[in-house]
Design a binder for this molecule. Structure first.
Ligand code: 5GP
Length: 123
């Protein structure tokens, strides 16, 4: 899948659409999810043009990958959720229902989260 420069996170990175920014550095931008699933729900995205986690880990250089994942930990600490706990999630592809085709990780926090993934539908 090739990168779509018109995806919503590309527009946020270019400043064409506003976001509630919580962190930014050389490699990464973090902002609050527009439709939060937990009291704290922040998205961390790399500044480079990567479709998904798969694309990122194939194409990004080591410095970019290290910088990005380091930023995820920094964001969690700056949000003050490192003591209470948080969950990090990245969706890739059809089965995970990734909606926005720019790699991002979700940081969920602020309440207890029991259960790793939703149960399979019974029908
Ligand atoms: P995915 O399913 O791709 O892992 O998650 C995409 C996330 O992006 C969703 O949680 C959705 O609420 C969030 N999102 C979609 N559009 C926007 C937007 O314009 N701004 C922000 N801040 N979040 C968005």
């Amino acid at each position: 899948m090739s990168y779509d420069d018109q995806n919503i996170f590309a527009k946020i990175l270019r400043g064409e659409i506003p976001c509630d920014k919580v962190y930014e550095d050389e490699f990464s931008l973090a902002f609050r999810d527009i439709n939060p699933q937990t009291p704290v729900h922040v998205l961390v995205i790399p500044k480079g043009r990567y479709v998904s986690l798969d694309d990122f880990t194939v194409k990004a250089d080591r410095e970019e990958i290290a910088g990005f994942f380091s930023a995820v930990g920094t964001v969690a600490r700056e949000l003050g959720v490192d003591e209470s706990g948080y969950r990090v999630l990245a969706n890739h592809g059809r089965d995970a229902h990734q909606e926005v085709p720019h790699f991002h990780v979700h940081i969920f926090a602020g309440r207890s989260m029991r259960g790793m993934v939703p149960k399979a539908p019974t029908e």
